[in-house]
Design a protein around this ligand. Structure first.
Ligand SMILES: O=C([O-])CC(=O)C(=O)O
Ligand SMILES: [Mg+2]
Length: 203
């Protein structure tokens, strides 16, 4: 499947977006090393400590979407191996959750990308059905249904759907410019010289 962010890193997207990208709180971290996700948000408003909304969302979200779930930062393992397998079975690309998850070794083995605030074994209730397709606040950022959500080693960024095309083009340009900078730096040019940041001499 093609990467909805053309493979660009969260840092590149953020810098290239000219303010259109929103960075989630750095407390949202990949649950395993190497996790990356990029796709349109399927938003879920739930109640922290309860994961019925996640079980329902996994059954309802369209293939190719990323579950973006507000659970108020609750320290519970809202998604584990069972829900990760169920989500993959339905073609869901990954999960961004303001709350906790568990079974992170299994998530890595499955190659199911998860971005969460906590890793904890503590289980959940299954009483609150939650709400889908509404704006939700995740990592301090309001995410609307269909926003492009990208997560990688550096965290999670959110791009409004209408800003995606231009930001991706600017990201292509930024990466090309950085390739030129890296070639010069590998050739011995200092970053001070390359970016004209002054002499760099000690005062
Ligand atoms: O309690 C739950 O539904 C979450 C869980 O452990 C799993 O997905 O494996
Ligand atoms: Mg489990």
């Amino acid at each position: 499947m093609t990467d909805a962010a053309r493979g660009h890193s969260t840092a590149t997207l953020f810098e290239a977006s000219a303010g259109a990208a929103h960075a989630c709180d750095p407390g949202l971290r990949p649950s395993w090393q190497g996790a990356r996700v990029a796709g349109p948000a399927f938003t879920v408003q739930g109640i922290g400590g309860d994961n019925l909304a996640l079980h329902r969302a996994v059954a309802a979200a369209p293939a190719g979407s990323v579950l973006v779930v507000d659970l108020q930062g609750a320290r519970h393992g809202h998604l584990g191996e069972i829900l990760a397998v169920a989500a993959q079975q339905r073609g869901i690309l990954g999960l961004v959750v303001d709350g906790g998850v568990r079974d992170t070794a299994e998530q890595a083995e499955l190659d199911f990308p998860v971005f969460a605030r906590h890793i904890t074994v503590v289980g959940t209730g299954k009483d609150h059905p939650g709400t889908f397709d509404v704006p939700v606040r995740v990592g301090g950022v309001v995410v609307r249904p269909g926003d492009l959500v990208v997560g990688d080693a550096d965290g999670v960024v959110v791009l409004r759907a209408e800003a995606v095309a231009e930001t991706l083009d600017r990201s292509d340009e930024r990466v090309a410019a950085e390739q030129r900078a890296l070639a010069a730096i590998r050739g011995g040019v200092t970053t001070l010289e390359y970016y004209r940041l002054g002499s760099g001499s000690t005062p």
